[in-house]
Each structure stands twice: as structure tokens, then as C-alpha cells.
Write a protein that binds this ligand. Structure first.
Ligand SMILES: [Zn+2]
Ligand SMILES: [Zn+2]
Ligand SMILES: [Zn+2]
Length: 312
């Protein structure tokens, strides 16, 4: 069998392997030490993959000796973890927190002891080290590889982790401040399934870093009832999905209990009673004074656009 994996896939494969070893490990089983080795190798490869997205030469230890042919053949001395981190920060200008760096450093030192000397940590300490690093690297992958969502190994990793109490705890510790200090409009994330973590205005999930248009569209798709009539929506207090009168995307969610509508595309939020929809053709509008919209009027039973009022 020919084994062909690109750098990113190779890294993900190592992280996935680490998770299975973590599951299998018990107080006495040695598999936990392989989980440390594999996670460390996985992180190193993920960093190299991110560096080579900017330029393939960045993974050469000596940039002066970088040759494309050697890169393709994998025949060169590549950078170590510390150099990879430094180049990511200072050449690619990627922000990596101090805590992320010390987490990786702890993992790396543990790996070195396992490989060259002896393990001093017990089973629980090793697990804590692993979950700590995972809670940084998985959101990093989500943020730095925007096309990762079609990747089956990454989806497997996310699914496994997002159901594990240990991982959830570690991750929530990281983002506690960000979650409480920022009062923006937040919805449940369709990727990691955490509640109120997807910041609509910033278009990013604070928990898993899933973001952009894709996240918003996934959310709408998840809660819009496609079998029922258009506009049926079932998410918390929001019960309908309409076309937005401002940006004309079908992404305006209307609260049934609260008095407001919010467009998930253009982010406009306004009072529910200002939303108008022509009774006849369903064209949407916004109320400007007591009984008119920009393009129609409120007549007894409801709002009608001028086109429908004048026409047949
Ligand atoms: Zn998420
Ligand atoms: Zn809009
Ligand atoms: Zn109409």
C-alpha cells in the first residue's frame, strides 16, 4: 500500500492517533506515553504545514540551503518546534499566546524525557498535559486552515474531543474571560455544539474558532426547517427566518418572545414591529412611520407593497 499524506494530513493523523491512545490508556496501560509522543509529532507537523502555506522554504532549517527539489523529495534537514514557533510568529505574523507556547514547551519536555530518559509524571499528570495542549492546537487548526471542514480526520478529531469532559473543561478555562467580557450577540456553534459561543458580529466561535460565512450558513441550515414552509425556524426563542429588508439575504431571525429581529449576515438588529412583509407577494420592508414602509402601506389586514396594491 502506498502511503501518501500531505504534511497537514500527516499531522492530523498523529493527533487522531493520540486521541485513540488516550481512550485506551488506563492507570497501568503504557499507551499514554505514546499519546504524548504522537501529539508532539502532530503539533510539529501542523506548524510546518502552516509555515509551508506561506512558503515551502520556511520549513528548511537553513533557509540558504532551501531547494524545491529537496522539499518535494523530503530530503532536507527541517526545523525543530522552537524555530517553527518563532517563524510562525515573526515571519508569518501569526498570534500565538504565551500560554500556548508554555503548553507546547511542557509537552515537548515531557516527550523528551519519555524518549530519552524516564517518565516522572503519573498517568493523571500526563493526561492533563495532553488535554492542555489539545485545547490550544485544535482551535489553532480551525483558525489557520480555513478549508479544514471537509477533512474527515479533522472532523473525527473534533467530534471525539467535543464530547469529552476533560477537553471541554480545559477549553472553557482558556476562554472564560473572553466569553464573559464580551457582550456581543452569540448563538450556538454548529461545529462544536457549544451553547452561545459563536459571536455573530465577529463571525467566529470563541470555543472552537470555527468562523466566517460558512459558520453562519451552517447555523441557519441546522435550524431552518426545510421540509416545512419557507421561513420556519426552530432555535431557542427564534421561530422564523425571513429575508432581511436591509441586505436581502434570507438570514433575518425573529424572536417570538423578545421584541427584536437580528440579521445574521449584515448584523442589523431592530424592533420586531418594524419588520413588514407584504401579505401578498411576501416582499419585505421596514416600517418608516406609523402605517407606511418605504415600498408600501399598512391597510387593515396587513402590509401590502405598492406593486401589489396597484396591480392585479
Ligand atoms: Zn464552535
Ligand atoms: Zn441583513
Ligand atoms: Zn407585494
Amino acid at each position: 500500500m502506498e502511503l501518501q499524506l500531505n504534511v497537514l494530513d500527516n499531522g492530523l493523523d498523529f493527533i487522531n492517533k493520540c486521541l485513540y491512545e488516550l481512550e485506551d490508556s488506563t492507570d497501568h496501560a503504557p499507551s499514554i506515553k505514546y499519546a504524548v509522543l504522537h501529539l508532539n509529532a502532530g503539533i510539529e507537523l501542523i506548524f510546518k504545514a502552516r509555515l509551508s502555506n506561506d512558503h515551502w522554504a520556511f520549513v528548511f532549517e537553513d533557509l540558504n540551503k532551501a531547494k524545491y527539489d529537496s522539499y518535494i523529495e523530503g530530503d532536507f534537514k527541517s526545523i525543530n518546534l522552537d524555530t517553527a514557533l518563532s517563524r510562525l510568529q515573526h515571519i508569518c505574523k501569526i498570534s500565538i499566546s504565551e500560554q500556548f507556547i508554555s503548553s507546547i514547551d511542557r509537552l515537548k519536555k515531557t516527550r523528551n524525557r519519555i524518549e530519552h530518559f524516564q517518565i516522572n509524571e503519573n498517568h493523571y499528570q500526563l493526561r492533563a498535559i495532553i488535554y492542555d495542549s489539545l485545547s490550544y492546537i485544535v482551535p489553532f487548526i480551525n483558525r489557520e486552515f480555513p478549508k479544514i471542514y471537509g477533512n474527515s480526520t479533522f472532523n473525527e478529531i473534533s467530534k471525539l474531543l467535543h464530547s469529552q469532559e476533560n477537553y471541554l473543561c480545559e477549553r472553557y478555562k482558556r476562554i472564560k474571560n473572553e466569553l464573559t467580557s464580551n457582550h456581543s450577540f452569540k448563538i450556538d456553534c454548529p461545529q462544536c455544539n457549544q451553547e452561545h459561543t459563536l459571536d455573530v458580529d465577529e463571525e467566529i466561535c470563541i470555543f472552537c474558532n470555527y468562523g466566517g460565512n460558512l459558520a453562519i450558513n451552517d447555523f441557519i441550515y441546522k435550524y431552518a426547517d426545510l421540509d416545512k414552509e419557507a421561513g420556519t425556524f426552530t432555535y431557542k426563542e427564534f421561530d422564523s427566518l425571513k429575508y432581511c429588508p436591509f441586505c436581502h439575504n434570507e438570514s433575518l431571525i425573529i424572536s417570538s418572545s423578545e421584541e427584536y429581529c437580528k440579521c445574521l449576515t449584515c448584523k442589523t438588529q431592530f424592533e420586531k414591529e418594524k419588520f413588514l412583509e407584504c401579505e401578498y407577494c411576501k416582499q419585505v420592508d421596514i416600517l418608516i412611520d406609523e402605517d407606511t414602509g418605504e415600498n408600501g402601506e399598512i391597510i387593515e389586514s396587513g402590509y401590502y407593497c405598492y406593486h401589489c396594491l396597484m396591480g392585479d
